[in-house]
Design a protein around this ligand. Structure first.
Ligand code: T46
Length: 134
């Protein structure tokens, strides 16, 4: 089975004072990071995402709490639970994503390969499937 998303296990730098993770573009993040945003205070039962991107690649990390992410490349669907600040979910371009079951304390940070660009969005599922055929 081909994988739709990939979990990246970040190296934890641990010493007697606590723990740290360092994120570096083109190193442990497999693209140059152009944008960072984070999502929090998601209302119970809300689903975010429900779109794909033509070019954008992202890594999503639950900095606190947890949420679920469903990824769909048009052929295969996979569900991930994000609940570990030392693991990131790599979401490639042209993957339909839905984020749900956010815990009330969830802070979902996202590192993105591009600046925000509305024309990069595929917000209609049929349009997404057609785009994959082009
Ligand atoms: C994804 C999930 C995890 C901006 O102005 N700048 C930005 O960088 C972003 C991401 C959004 N926006 C505006 C666009 C919309 O008017 O904020 C509003 C909400 O954005 P959106 O509906 O895209 O939010 P989500 O949570 O459904 O999806 C976002 C990302 O778009 C998406 O790529 O993977 O977060």
């Amino acid at each position: 089975m081909s994988h739709v998303g990939q979990i990246i296990d970040f190296n934890k730098i641990v010493d007697s004072r606590g723990e740290m993770v360092a994120l570096e573009g083109d190193r442990n993040i497999p693209f140059d990071i152009k944008r960072v945003y984070y999502i929090f205070n998601v209302k119970p039962g809300e689903v975010r995402g429900k779109h794909a991107h033509k070019e954008l690649k992202q890594v999503a990390i639950a900095m606190s709490g947890s949420c679920k992410v469903s990824l769909d490349n048009g052929e295969t669907k996979e569900e991930f639970i994000l609940n570990d600040k030392s693991k990131g979910l790599l979401i490639d371009s042209c993957v339909w994503r839905e984020m749900y079951d956010f815990s009330s304390d969830c802070v979902l940070a996202v590192l993105a390969s591009e600046y925000y660009l509305e024309s990069d969005y595929l917000r209609d599922y049929k349009e997404f499937l057609n785009h994959k055929l082009v």
